[in-house]
Every structure is written in C-alpha cells, then in structure tokens.
Design a binder for this molecule. Structure first.
Ligand SMILES: [Zn+2]
Length: 199
C-alpha cells in the first residue's frame, strides 16, 4: 500500500474575482497541476484547458459559494462529472453525514480515506472513501494506467541521468541500457493503453 498522494494541495490565492473561472491558473498551481480527487496530472488531459473547476459545495444549492476560492477544486473532467451536484447531507455545514459525502482534497484527512496499491489501483479505506470511490468513479482503469506510466516515466528519467554520468564497468553500463530498453517498452505499452481510454 502506498500513500494516496505525494503532496496535499493548499489554497493560497488571496485575490478576489467576480467569476470563479478567473481562478483557474491559481488552482492549477495550488493543486500541483493534479486533480484534487484522483491525483491524475492535468497534462494527460491537455493541461488546464482540459481540466475543470469543481465546486466542493455544489453551486446548487450553495450559490453564495460559487465564486469563493476556498470552495473550488481543480478537477479532471471524470471526477467533476461524477461528483456533479451531489451533496448527500443537503446542508452546508456537513460535508459527510452517515458515512456519505466528500472530504475536501485540501484537508489532510482526505488521504485517510483512500489508498494506492502498488499496481496503480485506487482503493477506499473507509465508508466515506467508498462513497467517494463510487461517485467519482475512481476505479476507472485510466487512473491506474496514468499512475503506472507516470511512475515509469520517473524511473526512466533517473536511469537516463545515471547512464549519462556513468563511467564504471562497461558490463554494468550494458545492464542499465538493457533495463532502460525494457522500461521504455513497458512505458509505451501503458501509455498506448491509456490513450485508448481517451477515444
Ligand atoms: Zn480526477
């Protein structure tokens, strides 16, 4: 089991805009260019243009929070579509009631409800986690594939750097090159499968 996310987003923007859409660049930075709910990178959806702005407390019925930065979440279209106007408690005060609802992704408690398996799958850890998992469709294979090829990308970057500076035994250098070649094959396989989920 792995921690669900490497970093917890923090809302830092103090500017006041009349329309929530003006906050997108700030949200992109504060959410580390990732979906607040599934942690997918925005680059896999075409960057900020492909990402949405979710209202943690939905615009309906909480219209007075529509342009409140502290109510906004940078989200991929899949999570935003899954959550939509769902708010089980029906009242502003409670984001969770009887094990149903949502934890704000900027709350450190968020990661207590979901976890990541080392095969890339997201799994719920609690009743609330299970509710979010189902509503946000966090079991979609695209999330698993996106995570896997990001991990491979990171390993490849390290390996390429290591090879660039390598000055040791030529047989070890060859082993590293062979390893790199296998990883590239694996990376491309996941990436191709992921791209098929976009069609
Ligand atoms: Zn998402």
């Amino acid at each position: 089991m792995l921690p669900f996310r490497n970093a917890i987003p923090i809302r830092t923007c103090t500017k006041i805009y009349a329309r929530y859409t003006s906050y997108k660049t700030y949200l992109q930075q504060d959410f580390n260019r990732r979906c607040g709910y599934c942690d997918d990178r925005d680059i896999i959806c075409g960057g900020a243009r492909g990402f949405h702005i979710d209202h943690f407390r939905p615009q309906k019925p909480f219209v007075h929070l529509e342009n409140n930065y502290n109510n906004l979440v940078y989200a991929c279209p899949y999570c935003n579509g899954g959550k939509s106007n769902d708010w089980p408690s029906g009242v502003e005060e409670y984001s969770v009631l009887d094990g149903k609802g949502y934890i704000d992704p900027c709350d450190t408690d968020f990661d207590n409800h979901l976890e990541r398996h080392d095969d890339g799958k997201i799994r719920p850890k609690t009743d609330v986690g299970n509710y979010m998992f189902k509503q946000l469709k966090l079991g979609l294979r695209r999330h698993e594939l996106a995570w896997k090829y990001e991990q491979l990308e990171n390993i490849l970057h390290m390996l390429i750097h290591e090879l660039k500076n390598f000055s040791g035994d030529p047989s070890i250098e060859q082993q590293l090159k062979d390893h790199k070649s296998k990883l590239i094959d694996e990376y491309l396989r996941y990436k191709c499968e992921f791209e098929e989920t976009l069609q």
